[in-house]
Design a protein around this ligand. Structure first.
Ligand code: GDP
Ligand code: ZN
Length: 461
């Protein structure tokens, strides 16, 4: 079998520029092997087995002098990522040499790949669907093991399979409706209507389940925006440092030294937190501090979770009260820190003011109560339901949007039936649902969408 190679041969550097000792120039397309072979000093690459790797040198096209010592992998279609012939050149010579190698190949036969074009070809050549293509993007950006696992599952085609099956079910019921419309004399109206209703409800339940994973999926992708707030000197930076386990935030004994808002990603029991450490909220004429205060409020407003730190070794202050007030409607955890110094405030003192808020007594210094904090974050996020590795999760806005639209069409189907609408009209909404689901996997996605989607990829992927 040969690949669908109506596409020209493309090339790009497929490793991040400047990172790592080895960089890879990747070519995909009909002429890939021949073009690399032209400038390769070593074995005859047009004559090697597929999926083998070869040592040699890449020569400069004009001077015929070696540019770099390389290892070249030759992978013949169709068992490759793009389903086309792929050649990967592992270069050792750093950015300059890698770029020179790439430039040497570019010309009439080979052109520079657009961002995401390798993945796009994998899609166009039928190797992956859109959800899998998107997961390639997610894999590149994954921040935690869990996020990685979700992306891997999706790359595996799990979401694709699920959606595909739902579409099959819709197709069956649509066929039944067709029969009903074509042969009115059989008088199957009631039966068909019943079937439509049952299918619509069944599929709605399935989509509901998927949409419920969306919130978690989104957080896995972007991190749970977490505002770390509290008046100066209560231990916010210390907590941040404990969580990131390295000293990036400045910890001092001078009040209000954390003036800039710091942002850090930390992984707490598989929940990726995007942590923001803010200056404590306090009345001040100091401009820098003021910016900090404004940012604090902003951080609170924009957060999914607030960690409010209070110094348990001192009496509650007006500032603490302000923060308790400001965070009242937020998803929050109150931390009574410095309990090693002896507590002046206990959980009981705050329970009336914050009845539904978890209040945890901690000492960052003695790492006391911090396990409990991590446990609490995990519980709040996963809602007590342990997700396992085979879970299908919806992770991006495009998929969520389409699922919501599909859901809406099903609402129309169900309402239509309830209102005694003619079956051929109900059928239109069912077909709309089928279309929307097809857009998720790319089976019925418009060209512009596909172009737009792949353009978000980085170069060389
Ligand atoms: P921030 O201004 O809220 O960021 O507070 P910092 O993290 O800079 O901490 C202020 C001071 O409190 C530092 O000297 C910390 O070492 C100290 N500190 C933080 N947590 C604890 C704790 O649990 N116990 C004690 N005794 N000191 C702490
Ligand atoms: Zn601080």
């Amino acid at each position: 079998a040969t690949a669908v190679t109506e596409y020209d041969t493309i090339a790009a550097i497929s490793t991040p520029i400047g990172e790592g000792a080895i960089s890879i120039v990747r070519l995909s397309g009909e002429d890939a092997v021949e073009q690399v072979n032209r400038l390769f000093k070593g074995k005859d690459l047009t004559d090697v087995d597929s999926h083998t790797i070869h040592y040699g040198h890449i020569l400069d096209a004009t001077t015929q002098k070696p540019i770099d010592e390389v290892m070249v992998s030759v992978m013949r279609a169709p068992k490759t990522f793009t389903r086309e012939d792929i050649v990967e050149i592992n270069c050792h010579g750093g950015v300059v040499a890698t770029n020179r190698i790439l430039q040497n190949f570019l010309g009439e036969e080979v052109r520079l790949a657009e961002p995401g074009e390798f993945t796009k070809r994998a899609f166009l050549n039928g190797r992956i669907d859109l959800t899998q293509a998107e997961s390639v993007m997610d894999l590149i950006r994954a921040k935690t093991d869990k996020a990685m696992q979700v992306a891997v599952n999706q790359l595996d085609g799990q979401l694709n399979n699920l959606i595909h099956n739902l579409r099959e079910e819709i197709l069956q019921v649509l066929a039944q409706v067709e029969v009903n419309i074509d042969y009115p004399e059989y008088d199957m109206d009631d039966m068909t209507t019943q079937l439509l209703l049952e299918k619509a409800q069944h599929i709605q339940t399935q989509i509901d389940g998927l949409l419920q994973t969306a919130k978690q999926g989104k957080i896995l992708r972007h991190g749970l925006a977490t505002a770390l707030v509290g008046r100066p000197n209560v231990g916010k930076s210390s907590l941040l440092n404990y969580l990131i386990k390295e000293d990036k935030a400045i910890v001092t004994d001078i009040e209000g030294t954390t003036r800039d808002v710091l942002e850090e990603y930390v992984n707490v029991r598989d929940v990726p937190l995007k942590l923001v450490d803010t200056a404590g909220i306090r009345q001040t004429k100091d401009v820098v501090e003021k910016i900090g205060v404004e940012r604090s409020k902003k951080a609170i407003n924009e957060s999914d979770l607030v960690l409010l730190v209070i110094n348990a070794a001192e009496e509650l202050t007006g500032e603490d009260q302000t923060l308790l007030e400001l965070t009242r409607d937020k998803n929050r955890i109150i931390l009574l820190n410095k309990i090693d110094l002896g507590a002046k405030i206990s959980r009981d003192d705050l329970i009336n003011q914050a009845p539904d808020t978890p209040i945890i007594e901690i000492s960052v210094q003695n790492t006391q109560g911090l396990d409990q904090l991590e446990e609490q974050i995990a519980t709040m996020f996963f809602g007590g339901i342990e997700t396992n590795q085979t879970d299908v999760m919806v992770t991006n806005a495009r998929q969520i949007g389409l699922l919501t639209q599909a859901q809406h069409s099903l609402d129309e189907v169900i309402a239509g039936i309830a209102n005694g609408m003619p079956i051929d009209l109900v059928q239109i909404d069912m077909t709309a649902c089928w279309d929307k689901l097809g857009e998720i996997t790319g089976e019925s996605a418009p060209d512009e969408l596909i172009t737009q989607l792949f353009s978000q990829f980085c170069l060389g992927k």
